[in-house]
Design a binder for this molecule. Structure first.
Ligand SMILES: [Zn+2]
Ligand SMILES: [Zn+2]
Length: 367
């Protein structure tokens, strides 16, 4: 079928909107008419080649939600007309060792997350762009999505909320639950207050963290962090951030969760920790740019732990419905993260505002 697609003609270039041909469905795929796709900082890193270089043209967008219009011959989870979240984390088969151990995101049958795969779109002239998010493309009118990447969107949950839950919220909130494994009354510093950081703050609040200290370089984000549940804020530009955190929690915090890229920030976060504390790394640049050179074994002799969290170690069809239930109960703030809504034609403006104007979440909205 023909549809509209946002294409990056070459690495680092701006998006252009084109009419392209979308391939027929594979047996395991559903066709999703995209309703909303929010912009994630990792979309911008990918477009610039900062999550690995790519040749030729590319497509992006992975925080998508929409409605199923057609299904492949083997699809059983959804029907045409179902509202869905498209999530990069796959649902498991339910039968393999990893699924039985409660790690469906590592399912041996459905395979790990993969990035930079050939897209199902063909441009006029025959060029097939690289699909930067791997599993599907959200900056398009229609996408072919494996049913493993779908989670049904509950009644009463708007598409744009589903978009944001499917990446930013699971990364922050579920990262705290599954990887930081925070306990009530433990103290928490969240470093980096974008969509993921605000979700980590909300996860901390829900799990009983106290106090929650938001750390960022942007005062307006710190102000907003209080609305998501932060008790205290520290501007990392105004002096010694480690000392500032330790003034609030003498001896250091139980948890530091880093929601931005950069190895220096991970080192600072480690220094904020109590000798028994736990550092959870979520935000990242490239493999090379995240090399940690200046940690000593001695940093861990008090019992500190260092862990990481890729998209919250999320069990999508268990955890996303839980988050949607919290949203419907008024216990998860998602719309409060949205700063702008843009049609696909204005995608470059939406990206620019996320990059330079401090927007937490901008959403591409289709008619
Ligand atoms: Zn994302
Ligand atoms: Zn499995």
């Amino acid at each position: 079928m023909r549809c509209k697609l946002a294409v990056v003609p070459a690495e680092g270039e701006q998006y252009v909107i084109e009419e392209v041909e979308l391939a027929d469905l594979r047996p395991d795929e559903a066709r999703v008419k995209i309703k909303t796709c929010s912009i994630c900082h990792s979309d911008i890193h990918s477009q610039m080649g900062e999550h690995g270089h790519f040749e030729g043209s590319a497509t992006g967008g992975h925080e998508a939600a929409g409605v199923v219009t057609e299904i492949g011959s083997e699809v059983t989870y959804v029907q045409p007309g179902d509202r869905v979240i498209c999530c990069l984390v796959k649902a498991g088969c339910g039968k393999c060792y990893e699924c039985l151990m409660g790690r469906p995101y590592m399912c041996l049958t459905n395979g790990p997350m993969q990035f930079k795969l050939p897209s199902p779109y063909r441009r006029s002239g025959g060029d097939v762009p690289t699909q930067l998010p791997g599993a599907f493309t959200g900056f398009a009118e229609y996408a072919n999505v494996s049913e493993n990447n779908l989670v049904k969107l509950d009644e009463g949950v708007p598409y744009e909320v589903g978009s944001i839950i499917g990446c930013a919220v699971i990364s922050g909130f579920m990262g705290l639950l599954h990887r930081a494994r925070l306990q009530p009354f433990e103290s928490l510093a969240v470093i980096g207050c974008g969509g993921v950081g605000m979700s980590a703050i909300q996860g901390g609040r829900f799990m009983g963290a106290f106090p929650i200290i938001a750390v960022d370089v942007d005062d307006s984000k710190l102000q907003r962090a209080k609305g998501f549940g932060a008790d205290q804020t520290v501007n990392a530009k105004s002096g010694d951030v480690v000392a500032a955190v330790k003034r609030i929690c003498p001896g250091g915090v139980d948890h530091a969760v880093v929601c931005v890229a950069g190895p220096g920030i991970k080192r600072q976060a480690l220094d904020m920790l109590h000798p028994t504390g736990r550092l959870t790394c979520i935000g990242h640049g490239t493999y090379e740019s995240e090399m940690l050179h200046d940690f000593s074994a001695m940093d861990f002799f008090g019992g500190r732990t260092l862990t990481g969290s890729g998209m919250g170690a999320t069990n999508t069809r268990l955890d996303i419905p839980r988050l949607m239930a919290l949203y419907r109960a008024g216990l998860l703030k998602v719309e409060e993260m949205i700063d702008g809504r843009y049609p696909l034609e204005r995608i470059n403006e939406a990206i620019d505002s996320a990059l330079h104007a401090g927007a937490l979440k901008n959403v591409i909205v289709f008619d």
